[in-house]
Design a protein around this ligand. Sequence first.
Ligand code: NCD
Ligand code: ZN
Length: 346
Amino acid sequence: MTDTLTIHTPDDWHLHLRDGAMLRAVAPESARHFARAIIMPNLVPPVVTGADAAAYRDRILSALPEGSGFTPLMTLYLTEDTDPDDLARAHADGLITAVKLYPAGATTNSTSGVRDFEVIRPVLEKMAEIGCPLCVHGEVTDPDIDIFDREAVFIDRVLDPIRRATPGLRVVMEHITTKQGVEYASEGGPDLGATITTHHLVINRNHILSGGIKPHYYCLPVAKREEHRIALRRAAVSGDPTFFLGTDSAPHTDANKLLPCGCAGCFTATNTLSILSHVFEEESALDRLDSFTSINGPKFYRLPANDSTITLKRGDPVAYPARIETDDGPVTVFDPGYPLHWRVVG
Ligand code: NCD
Ligand code: ZN
């Protein structure tokens, strides 16, 4: 049995670093093992202009440990007021790598998101012209649609029409959670990619709701039935370049998770690579971990893979903190529910 694995240094194509005390606590957790990450712009207020992105990037760089080579790849939060020229300038200057579309009300801090998709058409056309990828939170927000169906309905009602109306637009379906998402992404050609989170490879909806409610497993899009988790695992380990890692590590303090109306988000930055190695080993696909964590993402974003490598080693159970401390309060680290044996050793 393989017990040592060397892969190109991974990148995280969907990460929440927050701001202030939370940023200072969580940035080192990602910087320890990842070379680059696409940074989500859903701060309060959101990152909407090139100037906002530049200022946020500087705050992230100052939160990194001395000597860290971690590169934040910035995004803009698409609103109905986004100026296509400001966006194009920020992209041309290398300030932003992508733009994030949140349907208004779909998830944490998404009130400034898009209500009328017709209004953003000129922005999407500009993005297609300049080759700037659109990262999409793919859930409808219609209260009449069951929360477990919101991704599949979004594909039919919103995503497919947008893609048909905007030829050449490069789209990443973020954190897909359904077999419909896997199928749509795998048939979409080279201009369509999809990220898959660590936690959606591990939990299904029973983990959240059976035997007592588990707020630390609650995230959006919410984990679905087991058949969907299986479809996500097949996609992740397939080697298909469409699929790549976006952890969606989304820290909230325990105080904000453990409320009558608690926040959505799983914090996985600390143990993601140990969990992924476990999953890929279970799927007899350790030889394809590199594609998922380190090769397919850069290929989609038209960036070189990292030159450096990391080595994982299988051994005694890995000790990791149950929670990390921040000046805002503790943040619980995602618990996959089983011991992890793969650790990053170099
Ligand atoms: C994210 C957050 O907390 O910012 N939450 C989550 O459950 N994933 C937002 C998001 O990516 O939907
Ligand atoms: Zn997210």
